[in-house]
Write a protein that binds this ligand. Structure first.
Ligand SMILES: CC(C)(COP(=O)(O)OP(=O)(O)OC[C@H]1O[C@@H](n2cnc3c(N)ncnc32)[C@H](O)[C@@H]1OP(=O)(O)O)[C@@H](O)C(=O)NCCC(=O)NCCS
Length: 310
């Protein structure tokens, strides 16, 4: 048996903020944002919808799609750097709201690589037989920690949530290999003080190098090659960064998710949001080899090679 994804769900706030809207708020332009980042618009949550609300909306859909009830869940892992408050964790708030009474619950802090860290953590409990159903959520309300007067960062981010239910799946399906990594010496390049602070050029260089390396590493660990990859879901930070990963894998354009155009960088939420988008678009089918790869503040990174299907 492998550990794979048996249910998915996502939530995106209704309010769309376009680059033209941002032009009215700060000294920027649609042309600058599109050419430097690929982003055209992003979703911003209203004041009365916090991180745990978005997590709940996405998680409820994932449970429905997995056809299990909240009482079946053994563990809830929520990847986020924008919890409602330092504690209780978003995972505990979600446990109460779902009524997942038997589930253990904790948040994972690995910034934009958090969802990959969450899936890899879930895999360990499934592989060793301790737990059967694990809810993994990536959720961020970045709009509350972005300085709306800082054009260097404000144009990049968006709000949203994605969730998956992980469980044992058929032999040969699920997570085939993974890589996790961290380099605390790079923490100074991307962090939160009061607001998100970023050295864009340093993060860019790190991301381009690490995304490509990690994709190749998980393929090698799984005994597979670039030619075997059916679809790439990179963390949606910036179109130029994800393009570099695509070129490293020599994949055609239509074999990679580029939801960053519509949703901006939603940090830990971007990979699960993209999974839902691409499944609904019919881009992912049973037995496809999917590579997911992320990087973020910490610095952190992670990648997974996954054979889709239950
Ligand atoms: C942030 C980023 C898009 C900037 O792109 P870039 O190509 O490095 O930008 P450049 O160096 O060409 O341009 C910087 C200039 O644009 C200006 N600028 C920055 N943001 C701007 C904006 N929103 N609108 C207009 N001008 C802007 C800067 O003030 C700077 O001007 P200066 O040269 O007069 O000082 C890029 O570095 C990046 O994507 N980095 C990674 C960020 C990331 O992914 N973070 C999240 C990781 S999870």
């Amino acid at each position: 048996m492998g550990a794979g994804i048996i249910g998915i769900g996502r939530y995106l706030p209704e309010r769309v903020v376009t680059n033209f809207d941002l032009e009215k708020m700060m000294d920027t332009s649609d042309e600058w944002i599109r050419t430097r980042t690929g982003i055209e618009e992003r979703r911003i949550a209203p004041d009365d919808i916090d991180t745990s609300d978005m997590a709940y909306f996405a998680a409820a859909k994932a449970l429905e799609s997995a056809n299990i009830s909240a009482a079946d869940i053994d563990l809830i892992l929520v990847a986020t750097v924008t919890p409602d408050r330092p504690f209780p964790s978003v995972a505990c708030m979600l446990q109460e709201r779902l009524g997942a009474t038997k589930a253990a619950a904790l948040d994972i802090s690995a910034a934009c690589a958090g969802f990959i860290y969450g899936m890899v953590t879930a895999k360990q409990f499934i592989d060793n037989g301790a737990y059967r159903y694990i809810l993994v959520v990536g959720v961020e309300k970045l709009s509350k920690i972005v300085n709306w007067n800082d054009r260097n960062t404000a144009v990049l981010f968006g709000d949203g949530a994605g969730a998956v239910v992980m469980a044992p799946v058929s032999e040969g399906r699920g997570i085939l290999s993974f890589e996790l990594g961290a380099d605390g010496t790079g923490g100074k390049h991307l962090y939160q003080d009061e607001y998100v602070m970023m050295n864009g050029r340093e993060v860019f260089k790190f991301a381009v190098r690490q995304m490509g390396e990690s994709c190749i590493n998980v393929l090698e660990k799984a005994g597979l090659s670039k030619q075997d990859v059916d679809f790439l879901i990179p963390h949606q930070a910036n179109i130029r960064i994800v393009e570099a990963a695509r070129q490293r894998l020599e994949l055609p354009e239509d074999k990679m998710s580029t939801t960053v155009r519509k949703y901006g960088n939603t940090s830990a939420a971007s990979i699960p949001i993209s999974i839902v988008e691409e499944l609904e678009a019919g881009k992912i089918k049973d037995d496809d080899l999917i590579i997911m790869v992320g990087f973020g503040g910490g610095l952190t990174w992670g990648a997974i090679a996954l054979r889709w299907g239950r």
